[in-house]
Every structure is written in C-alpha cells, then in structure tokens.
Design a protein around this ligand. Structure first.
Ligand SMILES: [Fe+2]
Ligand SMILES: [Fe+2]
Length: 276
C-alpha cells in the first residue's frame, strides 16, 4: 500500500474543551495550520514516547533560549551566574542524566533578583518578562516529566528536529536586527506549540488532553510577549520581518519531513510504518 493508507485513521475531533477565541490571534499570526497528516501520526499511541520526550526537551530549550537572551543582552554579571545555577540541575538531568524527577522537585526558583546591567539598552522590562517566561517553561518541563514518569516512559536525550535550527539559519548577523529576529522566531515557536497543543488535545487521552489545554494559555501569552519585545527594541516596523519568518516557518510545517517530532513537517512514512 502507499502512504495514503494512513487516512484510515483519519483525524476526528473528540471533545475540544477550550476557549477557541484564545486561538484566533494565533491562527491569524501563523501562516498555515498544522496539516492533518502530522496530527494523524502524533495521535498514534506508539508515537507518544517520542512526542513526550521531544516536548520535554522543547520546554527546556524554550527556557534556555529566554535565559541565553537575557544573559547575552541584558543582565549584570552576578545575575548571569544566578541564571546558570538555576538551570544547572535541569541541564544536568537532560544532558548528563544526573538526577531524577525527585531531585528536580522544588528547583524552579531564583533566590535573588535578576537585574539589568549598567548601560544596558534593553533594561528591566525585557528581563522581568523573560524571567517569568523561564519559570513557566521550567514548570512545564517538570509537568511533562511527571506525565512521562506516571506512564513509565523513560527519558532519553533525543536529537532536535530541523525546525528551530532552520529558523535560526535566517537570523540577520548584525545588531540590533539579530536580537529582533531571535525574538520573532521565539514568537513563532511559541505560537506553533500553542496551535499544536490545541490540535492534539482532543486526539489524546483525557489526562493528556487536559494537560495540553492547560498549556495553551501561557504559550499564547509567550508568543505575544516575544512580539511586543521585538517591536519595542526595533527602531523600524517589524511587520515585514514577521511576515518573512512566517513564510519560512510555514514552509517547514508544510514540507515533507522524515524525522517525526513535536515541530516536524509532514511525516514521510517508512515502509515498515505503512499500514495495510
Ligand atoms: Fe512551555
Ligand atoms: Fe512557552
């Protein structure tokens, strides 16, 4: 049989229970919806482990990118050290397999204020928004880990998909455009995650569905935070740049992709996966 056979498991909406108006601006912002073929693959029980492992790492990466941004552009040296210490147990777990769900409990806190460096053009506003975002992403990381733990899904450090890497290849290499581009990319990653949570929620079991819906609200705000920051930093209207990255992003979502992950494109089925 050819790849069209997977349509037998066509996507059906079971019970979407969330405020659809939350998604309206996201659909307006993104230049395409997630194709049904991706949802068809993502809802298969055998793909849940890879989906959750990748989601777990995406939450950490979302936190890390926000942290790297404020370390590079905005915070004073003491705060830079505090940020690294905050992340250490999470990174040790993710990359060195040091620690576990129990040792990570209660680690998501910063004891001192993260403050702006002198003469930083970016200031406290960027820092405060990003610190809040980091806390939320690390909380999501822990929540995904709890779900994996409760389902007996072990953690492996799996390779990243092409998605973020490909987006970052388009970043302008001189400031302040570099920062503006990175913030716009951050907005797209957040918005796409949000859109995928909404697509997936009705397709998964009740507990996972509820969890993905619970994530919608914070991710919807994150994408707007990134966009607002990008516009506040740029001297020019960012609309054209936003639309450029929107096209690049949509192309990654709508083109064939052999590596199934949370942000992957249209799945290419291996022969062994094609159902008769
Ligand atoms: Fe998140
Ligand atoms: Fe987020």
């Amino acid at each position: 049989m050819n790849g069209t056979a997977v349509n037998e498991t066509a996507v059906k909406d079971i019970s979407p229970k969330f405020d659809i108006s939350l998604l309206a601006p996201i659909y307006q912002f993104l230049q395409c919806e997630t194709p049904d073929q991706w949802v068809e693959k993502a809802r298969l029980p055998e793909n849940l482990p890879v989906l959750l492992r990748d989601h777990l790492l995406c939450e950490l990466k979302a936190a890390q990118s926000a942290m790297f941004l404020i370390r590079k552009y905005a915070v004073d040296p003491q705060s830079a050290d505090i940020l690294l210490a905050w992340f250490k147990p999470y990174e040790d777990f993710a990359y060195k397999k040091i620690g576990d769900i129990h040792s990570l409990k209660g680690k998501n806190q910063v004891t001192k204020q993260i403050t702006a460096r002198k003469k930083s053009p970016y200031g406290q506003d960027l820092i405060d928004k990003m610190v809040l975002l980091i806390k939320e992403e690390l909380h999501h990381f822990y929540q995904v880990l709890e779900i994996m733990h409760s389902r007996g899904i072990g953690y492996n450090n799996i390779s990243a998909s092409r998605y973020a890497k490909s987006l970052f290849q388009h970043v302008t290499n001189h400031e302040p455009y570099t920062l503006v581009d990175k913030l716009i990319i951050g907005a797209y990653i957040e918005a796409r995650s949000c859109e995928r949570f909404a697509k997936l929620a009705p397709q998964l079991d009740e507990d996972l569905g509820k969890f993905y819906i619970s994530l919608l609200r914070s991710e919807a705000r994150h994408y707007q935070d990134y966009l607002t920051l990008a516009q506040s930093i740029s001297q020019e209207d960012i609309a054209e740049r936003v639309s450029y990255f929107g096209r690049v992003e949509a192309e990654l979502i709508q083109s064939p992709d052999h590596d199934f992950k949370f942000h992957s494109g249209i799945p290419i089925y291996q022969n062994s996966e094609i159902k008769n």
